[in-house]
Design a protein around this ligand. Structure first.
Ligand code: FUL
Length: 691
């Protein structure tokens, strides 16, 4: 949208019209409205975060600050690869962690020795901030910086001297690297740290310590177009979670004066405040992997296409922007797996929004203030025009008629936010065989709201505004028929042995085989779960009958149910490791080796075992060295396997170990050493492979 440029001209025309007719027909501004820099920011919608810094090399998320600068040593750093990846993904900007909580600066700052200038990388001659700023310029991306106020390295942190350092660092970043579109301030502040060797805890007052007024004035002076992000703004607010999800109700306004970094009621930030005093829209931040920084152990946990799509629709589709983090790896590159998922997301979004079906509709409204505000303004592709009903006509309706019955499953609507955010609730109705029926309801709209629903064939659509703070100003409506996402189905087996097969979308058929062959549409169709009680390879595929295409095939090795299994040497809670639920975990805190003994309920021919370590962000007690024993009676034991789960620390996926088939009713798993040498043995699941 070219809102800013045209808005002034537009307002002049409005005022002129108002004078001409002798009464004010133009829109009245309502409450807080966005500034020019905020309007420009709204248009970006989707951009990248890059967490790359000392933590990348120490495999940490929050470094303590005492790391040696020499540890920072990327082998193939290429910021152009980052920029190209973001560009290809359809992102509009990149924000870099110029300094994280550990205090290491990615540019050769004059303020501290803890920076790239003392690193091994490029013999201390490098400047990552500069390289990325240049790459962004080359690829037509905007560039932003994350500067952590908290500095666990600096000896003066907590005292007046450090605040000067912080301001100086800000000044360097604002003056040496070209235009900056966003400055990102983290809410995490104060606590333990290295602090020049003091190794102690330092507390600060979040509201006053950093002299925010001064920090803001430095940014405004050198980068007047940059927005400032903080928990409560001043320009862009945190969304209140790190999952990238905004509330379904999401006001771009908040009671800003109540909010400060580390505000305890931060969960309110996902919704904003209906009675907000300032325009501070939400930015939804989330990482493409569990962690913000790169950890090889998360290479198998890059978010799936369906998860990324959900994030997109729950952020951009809910009046927030999406700041998607790419953890650049120790080479200094965006990992191939992350880049691959970004492209999948881009391709799907391109398909979802390929053909705007609203542009071919006839539009009318229950009320129109004047011809300039006609209903068809919402489909003219011009963001500076909008539909406006007469004054007081809050509950008004806009109708779009298709030339012929049309199948749709996406509805995109935008308010003309230049005059404030107004809509409080609405309903979308579709005309199906001459009858109007409700498709979906919504609350706020704001800059952009995108609704997803099951495909429906309609001859017309009706957007009914049910409640608004003032008459609604709707600038844009788009309607789409997005294709179904063809993701390989999920397959699971519960404790009872029930096999479930699921797809992300309604409307797909699921076919499966149990004999190891590839499923086709002639295979068995999945309709409800069924029991498997012996070792079986389940293969499944999703099929779209309307388009005649298939997803990738998923494979799952089912085995005997765990229903009758019992842990005989441990507390009840340990049953979580044989409950067939990989999200439930159990740990034993004790010096290793430790063992777990399981009774299978009856004898089986056992030819192997499986071990799944915890899959959460901070896995505890990932076992690296093990022994596995079998017994027929629980008294006489035979060791059938021992060894190391190679690379499990970096790649904590399910381990499958085979051995010669042995009849047994009992097994004993001994955790001999954990991957990080901790005194913990941890599991998500343990199982056997039977013959
Ligand atoms: C948090 C930080 O503490 C994390 O390390 C990360 O930088 C995230 C984006 O913000 O508050």
């Amino acid at each position: 949208m070219d809102l800013i440029k045209n808005s002034c001209l537009f307002l002049i025309i409005i005022s002129f019209l108002a004078c001409e007719s002798g009464e004010k027909i133009g829109p009245e501004t309502l409450g807080p409205v966005p500034s020019e820099r905020q309007l420009a920011w709204h248009d970006l919608e989707y951009y990248a975060f890059v967490h790359f810094n000392m933590n990348t090399f120490t495999d940490m998320e929050w470094g303590e600050g005492g790391e040696s600068p020499e540890t920072f040593n990327p082998t193939e750093l290429d910021t152009r690869q980052w920029a190209k990846t973001a560009k290809d993904a359809g992102m509009k900007a990149i924000i870099l962690t110029a300094k994280h909580h550990d205090g290491f600066c990615l540019w050769p700052t004059e303020t501290t020795e803890h920076s790239v200038k003392n690193s091994s990388w490029k013999n201390g001659e490098g400047d990552v901030v500069k390289e990325l700023a240049e790459a962004c310029e080359e690829y037509g991306l905007k560039f932003g910086v994350y500067l952590s106020p908290w500095d666990r390295n600096h000896s003066e942190y907590g005292r007046e001297e450090y605040v000067e350092v912080f301001h100086k660092q800000l000044e360097e970043l604002m003056t040496n690297y070209g235009p900056i579109f966003e400055v990102w301030f983290d809410g995490a502040n104060g606590g333990t740290g290295y602090y020049g060797g003091a190794n102690e805890e330092r507390k600060i007052d979040n509201k006053t310590y950093y002299q925010w007024d001064k920090a803001i004035s430095i940014i405004r002076k050198h980068q007047p177009e940059a927005v400032i992000f903080g928990d409560g703004g001043p320009d862009v607010r945190w969304v209140g979670n790190e999952e990238g999800i905004a509330g379904k109700t999401n006001w771009s306004i908040i009671r800003k004066d109540e909010v400060y970094p580390g505000w305890p009621k931060y969960k309110e930030l996902q919704f904003g405040h209906e009675d907000g005093t300032h325009w501070v829209p939400a930015e939804a931040d989330v990482s493409i992997r569990p962690g913000w920084y790169y950890h090889p152990r998360e290479d198998h946990q890059v978010k799936s296409l369906s998860h990324l799509l959900d994030i997109y629709y729950k952020s951009v589709g809910r009046n927030a922007s999406l700041l998607l983090n790419l953890p650049v790896d120790t080479r200094g590159l965006v990992h191939e797996k992350d880049a691959e998922q970004l492209i999948k997301l881009r391709e799907q979004l391109d398909k979802d929004f390929a053909n705007n079906l609203a542009s071919e509709t006839g539009s009318t409204a229950s009320s129109v203030a004047a011809s300039e505000y006609k209903a068809s303004n919402v489909i003219d592709g011009d963001d500076n025009t909008f539909w406006m009903p007469e004054k007081g006509a809050v509950k008004s309706t806009l109708k779009l008629e298709f030339n012929e019955p049309t199948v749709i499953n996406r509805f995109l609507v935008q308010e003309y936010i230049l005059m404030g955010q107004r809509v409080k609730s609405f309903v979308l109705e579709g005309k199906v065989d001459e009858t109007w029926q409700e498709i979906i309801t919504g609350t706020t709209i704001g800059y952009k709201r995108i609704l997803r629903f099951d495909a429906i064939e309609v001859s017309a659509l009706r957007l009914k505004i049910k409640d608004a703070k003032a008459r609604p100003l709707i600038s844009n409506i788009e309607v789409y028929h997005a294709p179904l996402v063809m993701e390989a189905p999920g397959i699971s087996q519960d404790k009872e042995g029930n096999i479930g097969i699921s797809s992300y979308e309604n409307g797909l058929k699921l076919f499966y085989t149990l004999d190891g062959t590839e499923p086709t549409k002639d295979s068995e169709e999945f309709s409800k779960s069924f029991i498997i009680d012996k070792p079986t390879v389940v293969k499944a595929v999703a099929y779209n009958p309307k388009t005649d295409n298939f997803s990738d095939i998923s494979n799952f090795r089912a085995d005997i149910p765990k229903k009758a299994w019992k842990i005989i040497n441990e507390e009840k809670a340990a049953e979580k490791i044989i409950d067939a639920d990989k999200n439930s975990v159990w740990t034993k805190q004790a010096k290793l080796p430790q063992e777990i003994v399981v009774d299978l309920g009856k004898a089986y021919n056992v030819k192997g075992f499986t071990y799944l370590p915890q899959q959460n962000r901070w896995p505890e007690g990932v076992i690296a060295n093990y022994e596995f024993w079998l017994s027929e009676n629980g008294e006489n034991w035979r060791k059938v396997s021992q060894g190391e789960f190679s690379n499990i620390k970096n790649n904590p996926i399910e381990q499958r170990i085979n051995f010669n088939t042995t009849e047994a009713r009992y097994f004993k798993f001994i955790g001999k050493r954990s991957a990080d040498d901790s005194e913990v043995m941890g599991f998500a699941e343990i199982g056997v492979i039977t013959d």
